[in-house]
Design a protein around this ligand. Structure first.
Ligand SMILES: C[S@@+](CC[C@H](N)C(=O)[O-])C[C@H]1O[C@@H](n2cnc3c(N)ncnc32)[C@H](O)[C@@H]1O
Length: 249
């Protein structure tokens, strides 16, 4: 299959994003003339002027995390995965995501929600612009972006949501509004790198009557297999705490 843009060029742990067929890509293993990619197929290789080869692969959702531009700290794929599965995401959901930040979770939620829509709210214009570029790169058309403070905007929402995800400062303040905006039987997920705000979120959600309430962190430990033995290679394993609850009334 002939390549389409965007695509990625991979050599070992190196991965380069290619967004057009013009100009030159500089890598530490030499340069690549991008127009040479036009006639290639996925799985082919392309050589740098120093003779190193890069495998040509399609840009997939698994590449969002590595290749999206970053502003605020994004939610990691492992944490996004657990939010998607526990919260019963179906492909025709209406989802509210606040704040957008780099747009990482918004992009994954949109990708796995093909027939639905993600409304994502970000109060900082420059972050919203960066996230927009990421959504364009990922060719996601089912994301509606709003620039503003979610606390002010929420009153205007006419529809009820299938899922609400919060990852911003003082999320606990938004919980009563989030409960009003959710359909019965649907979930609210709140992410925070610190335990104190997560405890406050948990207690507020308990007071608001959320069911199936849990607060947890997910630890992903990668291993390296060496001649001398096997050991964990993940140095920083903490990412964030997740509080999830289900609206039952
Ligand atoms: C940690 S980032 C979110 C990262 C995002 N979840 C991701 O996966 O890329 C938090 C964002 O929330 C935004 N924010 C904070 N308070 C907000 C509010 N009241 N309304 C809208 N956005 C807000 C911040 O500007 C920041 O960009």
């Amino acid at each position: 299959m002939k390549v389409e843009l965007p695509l990625i060029l991979v050599n070992g742990k190196d991965s380069f994003l290619v967004k057009n067929f013009e100009g030159i890509l500089h890598t530490h293993k030499g340069i690549i003339k991008l127009e040479e990619l036009k006639e290639k197929s996925y799985g082919d290789v392309i050589k740098t002027h120093k003779g190193h080869t890069f495998k040509i692969l399609p840009f997939k959702s698994s590449d969002f995390f590595r290749h999206f531009k970053r502003c605020a700290t994004p939610i990691m794929p492992k944490d996004i995965g657990v939010i998607i599965t526990i919260c019963g995401l179906k492909p025709d959901s209406l989802i509210l995501d606040a704040g957008t930040g780099s747009g990482m979770i918004a992009a994954y939620l949109a990708y796995f929600n093909k027939y639905g829509e993600v409304i994502t709210v970000e109060k900082r214009k420059e972050f919203a612009k960066l996230a927009r570029e990421n959504f364009k790169l990922a060719k996601l058309k089912n994301i509606h972006q709003i620039v503003g403070d979610v606390n002010d905007i929420a009153e205007g929402f006419k529809k009820e949501f299938d899922l609400i995800v919060l990852d911003m400062k003082d999320d606990f303040l938004f919980i009563p509004k989030a409960k009003n905006l959710l359909k019965v039987g649907c979930y609210l997920a709140v992410y925070n790198p610190y335990i104190e705000p997560s405890k406050r979120v948990y207690e507020t959600m308990k007071k608001e009557g959320f069911s199936e309430l849990e607060c947890f962190e997910l630890l992903k430990n990668n291993y390296e297999f060496k001649r001398v033995g096997t050991r964990p290679m993940t140095r920083v394993w903490h990412t964030g705490f997740i509080v999830i609850g289900r609206k039952i009334y």
